[in-house]
Design a protein around this ligand. Structure first.
Ligand code: AMP
Ligand code: MG
Length: 477
């Protein structure tokens, strides 16, 4: 059963959204449907009729009780501030289940007030890409928006070439972004910042609303969630690709799968996005960018943190300054889990730092390296194993292991934190190209393998070395 509400529409001033129905499409065709997610949301029965569902999830038909909106937001894109908003998406409503609220959003649903020069549409290829990547992240145990369905619109989309259009149904804790706070601060009325912030806190951090300085508590809470999220990205080699402030969710979910990709060969400078010329969003830069984005959030919240601007800045800095140190702490703890080290010890020295140096030097596959700790045959043929420094590193790692009071726990930590499979770029592209052409066999197989990434049997270890050298991803608008 649908339990759709729209508190964003009902409780916020009109400046925060525009009433917007999806633009109906001619001949919708369901191409991918996430049965498991539908079940989790208790929507499996109501969505069982494909003919009905394809109309609802393409925007051809609207459910009676919905009040669809396009949300207003702003954001810093590659460091530059812009007015943005849902230019090709509408929020159908918030599906309420067991006191949890899930935004149900159609992406690629047609023009809105915020479309600027865009056509409001999306290609089948890019919506399938978001489906695959977001569901892979979910299976990796990483906080993310989900994908419920991809419906082909039956209408062409004009990009560099003509493509099939599609609508993705995205499910999220909310679509509230750092950029929505920037919008509230800059483009709405002064009194709206408080109304909006309290709305967000009631929705995501209700326990913090009573705090003396609720805005400062919000900043801390968002920072906390983002640190954990970034640690998780770094754990599996995920490169978001476009960490603009409008693509950073307040609820701590990975959002907006545009040019994202997974790193194969370890190199902190890895960039795949065709538009990221400066490497602003390179793999190793992501934590620093998250920190920068949080400072943008802090800036938007200043009037609520303290009426005196200087005092507000000081308070915000006190929250933000420990980011680096705290992030390194959490990141190292994560790396220890990947290495199966239960208790860290002074004698471990620079185990982590040295490992990164060695992986970079010998161009080792990040995912495979950690699997090789249990199965050394994987590294056969790599120059790494002949390197004196690595041989020493191994000895040190083994000592660290022997210090584990509980051997099984170390092994378990490794299995739980080292995926055996990630979405390998060459396989993602192959599957998507076939699927966009109507053949879903490879896409199905890949989705299936990626749904169980820590399982011992699974493996996608062979990576064609030349593939990534020229691999580029696109924003996919
Ligand atoms: P993104 O790069 O997906 O984070 O989008 C950045 C901004 O561009 C958002 O305001 C989007 O709504 C808008 N946008 C992206 N693609 C389109 C499109 N095809 N039509 C209209 N607006 C778009
Ligand atoms: Mg975006």
């Amino acid at each position: 059963m649908w339990h759709l509400e729209n508190t964003y529409h009902d409780q916020l001033p009109a400046q925060f959204y525009s009433n917007q129905s999806p633009t109906p499409v001619e001949i919708p065709e369901m191409v991918y449907f996430n049965k498991e997610l539908a079940k989790e949301l208790h929507l499996d029965k109501v969505l069982a009729d494909v003919d009905f569902t394809k109309n609802i999830l393409s925007g051809k038909a609207i459910l009676d009780q919905t009040n669809p909106i396009a949300q207003a937001y702003a954001g810093h894109q590659f460091g530059h501030f812009n007015m943005l908003g849902d230019g090709r998406a509408v929020l159908l409503g918030e599906h309420v289940l067991n006191e949890q609220r899930f935004d149900i959003q159609l992406k690629g649903s047609g023009e809105t007030k915020f479309s600027r020069r865009g056509d409001g549409r999306a290609t089948l290829y890019s919506m399938l890409r978001e489906y695959l990547m977001s569901e892979a992240m979910h299976s990796l145990g990483i906080s993310t928006t989900r994908s419920l369905a991809v419906v082909k619109t039956g209408e062409p989309v004009y990009r560099e070439q003509v493509s099939d259009g599609a609508v993705l149904t995205r499910v999220a804790k909310s679509h509230i972004r750092v950029g929505t706070f920037e919008y509230a601060r800059v483009f709405s009325e002064p009194s709206h910042l408080e109304i909006f912030t309290k709305y967000v806190m009631k929705r995501h951090f209700p326990n913090l609303l009573a705090a003396e300085n609720y805005a400062l508590e919000l900043l801390k809470a968002v920072m906390n969630l983002q640190m954990d999220l970034l640690v998780d990205w770094m754990r599996v080699g995920f490169i978001h690709g476009v960490m603009n402030t409008d693509n950073m969710s307040i609820s701590g979910e990975t959002i907006d799968y545009g040019p994202c990709a997974f790193m194969n060969t370890y190199d902190s400078n890895t960039v795949y996005s065709s538009i990221d010329h400066q490497g602003r969003y390179a793999f190793g830069n992501q934590p620093a960018i998250a920190h920068w984005n949080l400072s943008v959030l802090a800036n938007a919240l200043l009037p609520l943190i303290d009426k005196n601007q200087e005092a507000a800045v000081e308070l915000a800095k006190e929250v933000l300054n420990p980011f680096r140190e705290e992030f390194i702490k959490r990141h190292d703890a994560m790396m220890h889990r990947k290495l199966g080290i239960v208790h860290t010890n002074q004698e471990d020295g620079d185990l982590i730092k040295d490992l990164f140096t060695l992986l970079t030097k010998h161009k080792v596959d990040y995912t495979n390296f950690f699997i090789s700790l249990k199965d050394p045959t994987i590294l056969l043929g790599s120059s790494l194993i002949a390197d004196e420094q690595f041989i020493n590193w191994q000895k040190q790692w083994e000592l660290a292991h022997q210090r584990n009071s509980d051997q099984e726990k170390g092994s378990l930590l490794m299995s739980q934190n080292n995926p055996r499979v990630i979405p390998r770029n060459h396989l993602v592209e192959e599957a998507l190209n076939y699927a966009a052409g109507g053949n879903f066999e490879k896409f199905d197989t890949l989705i299936k393998i990626l749904s169980d990434p820590y399982s011992e049997g699974n493996t996608l270890q062979v990576v064609p070395s030349e593939f990534d050298l020229n691999y580029q991803t696109f924003c996919g608008t």
